[in-house]
Design a protein around this ligand. Structure first.
Ligand code: ADP
Ligand code: MG
Length: 292
C-alpha cells in the first residue's frame, strides 16, 4: 500500500483488536523493554465470583444479611469486586437497601450509609480487621482468595472471599512478552500477596508487587524508568490510571475497563484478548524497521 509504515501499522494493530491513539504510540510500543501487568481484570477475566460468606463471630449477622449489606454499599461502584458482590446478592434473591453518602477510594474500597449504618467494604490490608475478623481474612487468603472486609459502624461484620479466573490466553501472553523483552513481566496489584503469588506462579511470573495503592503502582513504574527501562503498563481500573499515564506506553483492557483507564491509556485492547498485546508489539517493531 502507499500508506506510511506507521499509519499502516495502526491499521494492522486495529485488525489485531488494538486501538492505538496515534502513530507515536506505535513507535513507543516498539521501544518497550519491560512490562508491568495489573492482576484483577487484566491477567484475570475480571468477572470474579463470591465463593465464601463469613459473618464475624459475635456480629449476630446471617450470611444473607452480611451479603445484602455489602451489596447495598457496593451497588454504585463499577469495581469488578463490587459487581461480584452485587451479583451474588441477586443470585440469592436478596433485596438491596438504598445506599446514601457513597464514596469510593481506588485501591481501598467503598463506604456508604445503609439502613442507618455506616458500612465500609474493602481491603483488609487498609483497615484493621480486628480480632473477630482477622482469622477469617487469613484463612481465606491462605486459600488464594481475595478477602474483602465488611465493617458496620466501625466494627467487623464479616469477610467475603472472592476469586477470579485467569484469562485463557494469560500464560501464552506472558511467555510471548518475556520473549519480546528478554525479561518476565512484573505483576502489580492492590490485592493480597498470597492470592497474587498463586496466580502469578500459574503463568510464570515471579516478580509480584502486592498490596499496592494507585500511587505505589506509579512509584514502581517510575523507579524502573529512572533506571532507563521503558515500561509498558497494562491495566483496566481507575486504580491503574495513574500508572498508565506514567508509563512509557499505557494499554487499557477495553471490554471491562473503566472510563478513566480507557481515556488515560495510549492504546486500548478492544477485543477481549490479552494475546493481542504481544502481537501488536511485534507489529510495531516490524513497522519501525521499515521506517528506519
Ligand atoms: P488490582 O490492582 O488487583 O486491580 P485494586 O487496586 O482495584 O486491585 O483493589 C485492591 C484491593 O482493594 C482489592 O483486592 C480489594 O481488597 C480492595 N478494593 C478496591 N475496591 C474495592 C471495592 N469496590 N470493593 C471491595 N474491595 C475493594
Ligand atoms: Mg484491575
Amino acid at each position: 500500500s502507499t500508506m506510511p509504515p506507521l499509519l499502516s501499522a495502526i491499521a494492522n494493530a486495529g485488525r489485531h483488536g488494538v486501538l492505538a491513539k496515534s502513530a507515536v504510540v506505535m513507535e513507543r510500543l516498539s521501544q518497550i523493554d519491560a512490562v508491568a501487568l495489573d492482576k484483577t481484570g487484566t491477567l484475570t477475566e475480571g468477572t470474579p465470583r463470591v465463593t465464601d460468606i463469613r459473618p464475624a463471630p459475635g456480629s449476630g449477622l446471617s450470611e444473607n444479611t452480611l451479603l445484602a449489606l455489602a451489596a447495598a454499599a457496593e451497588h454504585p461502584s463499577e469495581h469488578p469486586l463490587a459487581r461480584a458482590i452485587v451479583d451474588a446478592a441477586r443470585e440469592r434473591g436478596l433485596t438491596l437497601a438504598d445506599a446514601t453518602d457513597f464514596t469510593s477510594t481506588p485501591g481501598v474500597g467503598v463506604s456508604a450509609t445503609v439502613d442507618g449504618h455506616a458500612i465500609q467494604v474493602g481491603s483488609p490490608a487498609r483497615r484493621t480487621a480486628g480480632a473477630e475478623a482477622d482469622p477469617l481474612v487469613q484463612e481465606l487468603q491462605e486459600q488464594g482468595r481475595t478477602a474483602v472486609l465488611v465493617l458496620r459502624d466501625g466494627t467487623p461484620a464479616g469477610v467475603l472471599g472472592i476469586s477470579d479466573r485467569l484469562r485463557p490466553d494469560a500464560k501464552a501472553t506472558v511467555r510471548a512478552l518475556t520473549a519480546l523483552t528478554g525479561r518476565a513481566p512484573v505483576l502489580l496489584t492492590g490485592d493480597n500477596e498470597r492470592a497474587a503469588r498463586d496466580l502469578a506462579a500459574e503463568v510464570g511470573i515471579t516478580d509480584v508487587r502486592a498490596g499496592l495503592l494507585p500511587q505505589d503502582k506509579v512509584a514502581t513504574v517510575q523507579a524502573w524508568q529512572n533506571e532507563g527501562l521503558r515500561v509498558m503498563v497494562v491495566g483496566d481500573g481507575v486504580n491503574d490510571a495513574p500508572a498508565l499515564a506514567a508509563a512509557h506506553t499505557g494499554i487499557a483492557m477495553g471490554k471491562a475497563g473503566s472510563d478513566l483507564a480507557l481515556e488515560t491509556a495510549d492504546a486500548v485492547v478492544v477485543r477481549d484478548e490479552l494475546a493481542a498485546i504481544p502481537a501488536v508489539v511485534n507489529l510495531s517493531r516490524r513497522a519501525r524497521r521499515l521506517v528506519i
